[in-house]
Design a protein around this ligand. Structure first.
Ligand code: G3I
Length: 352
């Protein structure tokens, strides 16, 4: 009897401690078993997120990032219009600050992106001739990569160069330099920082057997055959919960890039829901994230899983896809969803 009574305070204490741990974990992204980042490190998984410049000005957000992720990528900070709004003015401070933060916390840093058709300043989008465009593109890549040589691990050198039908997108770079602008960019990147990993990044390129997926593969295969310095490919994976993940077509795709000697990174993962959220839609979304993480952590997997933001409160989705939302593991109030625990479980069980 005494024993039972004696056990009660201990049990009460235990449940208070458990409750505190659960509340703490739900706000900070860690559990008594360790942080998500520790689990990712243990699994050999690059588990990252896009961050905004302001995130590392906020102490709580900083702590959250350090606990959860082993890689960060600037969501907008390195894009041309932000980094170099006029030809002569380089706005280095936000990038410098991010690189320092990553280094101080042993977080790998990724760069995003040089060649793109969006977020270019007028002096770039208005380029008319190859003579103007070529040196400017090379200068941009060289200046950034030399400044951060040895400090930024990998770059999306070029982003979204294809249309949905697999043809080259009509951009300022294609119009002025011609199709070889992609090769030019990768060669300049290798010369500027020989140790940085160089990626070609795109969306709707995740499945083998689709027009864009196959065109993306052929584009990359051609680069490899021409000896262009490319190390990996980015599958952005901005997905929709109601269209289930096609694991076979994804894994077939990963395998064919690996066969070219390239690595595959899941670079901008989010899975949006047609609002309102229902338990069924949440279950579809959870299954989608789990399947992607399993594909990333499997023996032949991508090994690199980067969220395009972790919270609905600062999501790019609602402004871009009317009626869609709830795409990330944390809700608009910053609270983690059941989806988050499911992801932690996959990472905990993974060993590459
Ligand atoms: O900074 C201005 C602010 O001063 C202004 O008041 C506000 C008014 O709209 O706009 C702010 O800029 C916005 C910027 O995000 C920062 O929030 C831009 O309008 C907006 O277009 C921009 O959207 C970004 C988008 O790329 C376009 O560059 C998203 O945040 C970013 O998530 C998104 O990321 C892209 C990847 O780079 C490539 N793959 C697709 C992905 C999603 O579109």
């Amino acid at each position: 009897m005494k024993l039972v009574n004696a056990a009660r305070p201990a049990a009460a204490l235990f449940s208070v401690a458990t409750a505190v741990t659960v509340i703490f974990a739900s706000l900070t992204g860690c559990s008594a078993l360790g942080t998500v980042r520790q689990k990712a490190d243990h699994a050999g998984l690059t588990y990252g997120t896009a961050i905004q410049a302001g995130d590392i000005l906020d102490p709580d957000t900083k702590k959250f990032i350090v606990k959860n992720f082993n890689l960060i990528v600037p969501e907008n900070t390195m894009k041309w219009a932000n980094l170099r709004p006029t030809k002569k003015f380089w706005n280095w401070s936000d990038m410098d600050h991010m690189v320092e933060f990553a280094e101080q916390n042993r977080i790998a840093m990724k760069g995003h992106t040089f060649v793109w058709h969006q977020q270019n300043p007028p002096y770039v989008s208005g380029l008319q001739t190859r003579e103007e465009a070529l040196p400017l593109l090379i200068e941009q890549i060289t200046e950034v990569m030399k400044r951060y040589r040895g400090r930024i691990r990998e770059y999306d050198v070029a982003n979204e160069v294809l249309n949905e039908d697999g043809t080259l997108r009509n951009t300022v770079w294609l119009r002025t330099i011609g199709p070889e602008y992609i090769d030019v960019a990768f060669k300049a990147a290798r010369a500027a920082d020989p140790d940085a990993k160089l990626l070609l990044n795109d969306y709707s390129n995740e499945y083998a057997g689709t027009a864009k997926g196959d065109a993306f593969y052929e584009l990359v295969r051609g680069m490899v055959e021409r000896g262009i310095p490319i190390d990996g490919v980015g599958l952005q994976l901005h997905m929709i919960a109601e269209n289930p993940l096609r694991r076979d077509a994804l894994e077939e795709n990963i395998a064919r890039f690996n066969a070219l000697g390239l690595y595959v990174s899941f670079t901008e993962v989010d899975v949006r829901i047609l609002m309102p959220v229902t338990p069924e839609k949440e279950a579809e979304q959870t299954a989608f994230y789990e399947g992607l993480l399993e594909a990333a952590t499997g023996a032949e997997g991508a090994g690199s899983f980067i969220l395009w933001g972790w919270r609905d409160a600062k999501s790019w989705i609602p402004a871009t896809f009317a009626g869609y939302g709830s795409a990330h593991p944390f809700d608009v109030k910053g609270k983690q969803k059941p989806l988050y625990d499911a992801m932690v479980k996959v990472i905990s069980n993974a060993k590459r």
